[in-house]
Write a protein that binds this ligand. Structure first.
Ligand code: NAG
Ligand code: NAG
Ligand code: NAG
Ligand code: NAG
Ligand code: NAG
Ligand code: NAG
Ligand code: NAG
Ligand code: NAG
Ligand code: NAG
Ligand code: NAG
Ligand code: NAG
Ligand code: NAG
Length: 635
């Protein structure tokens, strides 16, 4: 299809030997352009019969002597190859071909353009190696091949006396970083993110006193972070994340007094964060997640006025989080999950009214949830679960940002505040495994974006409010292990997206409702441990989507299994144990997907279907009338 949109630009070349002899650059440019393809909506106005110099042509600039010094066709959507003819433009200083679709390799002849200062091939589809003789380009100031498919090693011959920017990111470069780059003393930005570089970070980088940005994340660099990096006093951004770096963070990094962003996450770093780093007043973002770092957070962290993002998750940090954290800064993202912090949640994390992410789950925090959390209207994601928090869930102010809430598996008590209904964009609520009491507030019905609701394992009572029927995007509803009562409301039939419905271990009464076949995406249905009565309705056999679990155990169900149950052909696990069901198990004989079945402690009779015999004997016990074929002996 793409070729459909392209055509070769037509070259309006009227051979006039006088023009060519006067200006060989015209010939070189036209020859270069010959292998370009532009989208058919555009073409270059490169026309040799209209002028004796190319200086008026699109994308070309000349010096006073009509010699081409700049070729800028960035963003022209040019595809095709970049030819060797470029080597004949011996006065050219600027080549900007960024944001095109060039393929093939960068021609070696480009190193004949010894006046080149600016070379940009970023965001193309170039492949192959960089030219060997890059060192010929003694005047190079800016060199970017960001986002291509280039490979091979970084040439150690790079002549870089004048180089201020080198961007090799998002290619397939491999091998080690040449230590000689440390002699590129004017470098202010060095990027090689997302390549396959190996070996150590060269200590010679310590010579780069003008370096502001060092981005070498997402490679396979190993060894320690060299302490010499502490001499790069101009550094504002240091990205070493997603490598195989190990050992401690050198204390010398604390001398980087201009540092604003430090990203060391996803390495194998250990030890403590040097105190000097916590004293860098310009620090705005510190991301060290997924390492093996330890130690406590010093009080200095509370004085970092510019601190916005701090991500420490999946480490071994411990101790109390300094309680004044947040008062002197405008925190935006704080993620401390999966550490061993103790003490209480600082009461003013949202003080700067910018906090969007607050993740403190899976620690050892105690005390109550500060009211600041509920008042934080900028909050988008909140995770406090898996701690030892006590007290009540705070009231939540109107907050259309909050999307995710996990306060599960801690020790909070009291009612579910009806103010949760103020957070209209909540997509996921998990309050499971707490000591919550009281009813499910009808206001939860306002949360029309809700997709998962887990209130299981609390002491919630009362009936399921009919407002729940407004949660039409809900695909997982788990209210098991509570004290809910009343009948299973027919309003649940409007939850057409439901794939998981867990009402087990409550005090629901009445019959198994007949509307369940309307929930066409239901994969898991758990109604066990209630006080449901009556027969298993034949309609249950029409819930054909049921795959993972059908659990009706421990109710007061009576009567025979309806033959229609054989419609549950995808069902893998069935538990109808501990009821008063009678008759034969014949209806189960055709459920070929079953890998687990439990019909124990009922009043079933007759032979166990042959297809179920492979399953454990304990699946059938407590049914004095059942027998295994040839049925000489009862179980
Ligand atoms: C490109 O050319 C083809 C046929 O030559 C034509 O069908 C198509 O509409 C053109 N596309 C544009 C964007 O002009
Ligand atoms: C090229 O220039 C000649 C002379 O000025 C003109 O006649 C011709 O139309 C031009 N062609 C294009 C495609 O601009
Ligand atoms: C090339 O042209 C683009 C768009 O006209 C411009 O944004 C860019 O700065 C130019 N490149 C150089 C090196 O001047
Ligand atoms: C580049 O320069 C070398 C000599 O340094 C010369 O042999 C070669 O022909 C030149 N290539 C081009 C394309 O100009
Ligand atoms: C880029 O060029 C490749 C071929 O080299 C082609 O398959 C692809 O469609 C082009 N993409 C665009 C956006 O022109
Ligand atoms: C490169 O640096 C030298 C001195 O080191 C200087 O004379 C020359 O002008 C610089 N070139 C550019 C393009 O900045
Ligand atoms: C840096 O340059 C100096 C002087 O030219 C040289 O002695 C040294 O070997 C170079 N360092 C590296 C790491 O290449
Ligand atoms: C890294 O580069 C590969 C292609 O080389 C690309 O598929 C991937 O998305 C990049 N990863 C990131 C995080 O940019
Ligand atoms: C962190 O590491 C864990 C394994 O230790 C991995 O599963 C997870 O994807 C990593 N997280 C991130 C965000 O990289
Ligand atoms: C959690 O807190 C309760 C009450 O404060 C205490 O009894 C219990 O030991 C704590 N559990 C853990 C794991 O710290
Ligand atoms: C449900 O339980 C509540 C107490 O939690 C009780 O007041 C109410 O009568 C019960 N309703 C039914 C239908 O049993
Ligand atoms: C089964 O029926 C018997 C006799 O009616 C009754 O005692 C028992 O409680 C019932 N079992 C269940 C689980 O309902």
């Amino acid at each position: 299809m793409p070729t459909f949109f392209f055509f070769f630009i037509t070259i309006f070349l009227v051979f006039s030997s006088s023009v060519l002899s006067l200006n060989p650059e015209i010939e070189s440019l036209l020859s270069l352009a010959n292998s370009f393809t532009l989208p058919n909506s555009s073409h270059l106005n490169w026309n040799s019969s209209s002028s004796s110099t190319p200086c008026q042509w699109e994308g070309i600039e000349c010096d006073n002597n009509h010699r081409v010094i700049s070729l800028n066709l960035s963003g022209y959507e040019i595809s095709g190859q970049f030819g060797p003819e470029i080597g004949q433009l011996s006065f050219i200083k600027t080549i900007d071909f960024g944001f095109n679709n060039l393929s093939g390799s960068i021609p070696n002849e480009i190193t004949n353009c010894t006046q080149l200062e600016y070379l940009d091939f970023s965001t193309n589809s170039l492949t192959g190696k960089l030219p060997e003789n890059l060192g010929n380009l003694r005047n190079l100031v800016y060199f970017s091949v960001f986002s291509n498919g280039l490979s091979g090693s970084i040439p150690s011959s790079l002549n870089c006396k004048n180089l201020t920017l080198l961007d090799l990111s998002c290619n397939h470069f491999s091998g080690e970083i040449p230590p000689g780059l440390g002699n590129c003393s004017r470098l202010s930005s060095l990027s090689a993110i997302n390549n396959s570089l190996t070996g150590h970070i060269p200590p010679s980088f310590g010579l780069l006193s003008e370096l502001s940005y060092l981005y070498i994340s997402e490679n396979r660099l190993s060894g320690r972070i060299p302490r010499e990096l502490g001499k790069c006093r101009s550094l504002t951004s240091l990205f070493l994340n997603s490598n195989h770096l190990e050992g401690e963070i050198p204390s010398e990094l604390g001398m980087l007094s201009k540092l604003s962003t430090l990203q060391l996450h996803e390495n194998s770093l250990s030890g403590e964060i040097p105190i000097g780093i916590w004293k860098i007043q310009s620090l705005a973002a510190l991301e060290v997640y997924n390492n093996s770092l330890s130690g406590e957070l010093p009080v200095e962290i509370t004085e970092l006025k510019h601190l916005k993002n701090i991500s420490l998750f999946r480490n071994h940090f411990s101790g109390v989080i300094p309680q004044t954290l947040g008062i002197n800064s405008s925190l935006e993202k704080l993620d401390f999950t999966h550490n061993t912090f103790s003490g209480e949640i600082p009461p003013n994390l949202c003080y700067g009214k910018q906090l969007s992410l607050l993740m403190l789950g899976s620690n050892r925090l105690h005390g109550s949830i500060p009211s600041d959390v509920g008042n934080c209207s900028t909050l988008e994601r909140l995770r406090l679960g898996q701690n030892n928090l006590t007290g009540f869930i705070p009231n939540f102010v109107s907050n259309s940002n909050l999307n995710f809430m996990d306060i599960s598996d801690t020790n909070i008590e009291g009612p579910i505040p009806s103010s949760l209904g103020n957070c209209l964009n909540l997509g996921s609520i998990n309050l499971s495994s707490n000591k919550l009491t009281g009813p499910i507030p009808a206001e939860l019905g306002n949360l029309v974006e809700l997709q998962t609701l887990d209130l299981s394992g609390n002491q919630i009572h009362g009936s399921l409010p009919s407002e729940i029927s407004k949660l039409v995007k809900l695909y997982s509803l788990n209210i098991g292990f509570n004290s809910l009562n009343g009948t299973i409301p027919s309003s649940l039939r409007s939850l057409k997206q439901l794939s998981t419905l867990i009402l087990s271990e409550n005090q629901f009464t009445g019959d198994i409702p007949n509307f369940l076949p309307e929930l066409e995406r239901l994969l898991e249905l758990q109604l066990g441990g209630n006080q449901l009565r009556g027969n298993i309705p034949s309609s249950l056999g029409q819930v054909k989507s049921l795959t993972y679990v059908l659990n009706l155990r421990g109710n007061g169900l009576t009567g025979q299994l309806p033959p229609e149950l054989e419609g549950l052909s995808m069902l893998q696990r069935l538990d109808i144990s501990r009821n008063n069901l009678t008759g034969s198990l014949e209806a189960l004989g055709k459920l070929n997907s079953l890998i687990q079945v439990n019909v124990s402690h009922n009043l079933f009779q007759g032979p166990i279907p042959a297809s179920l015999l492979k399953l454990s004997n304990s699946s059938f016990i407590g049914n004095p009338g059942l027998c295994a074929p040839p049925c000489k002996q009862l179980l």
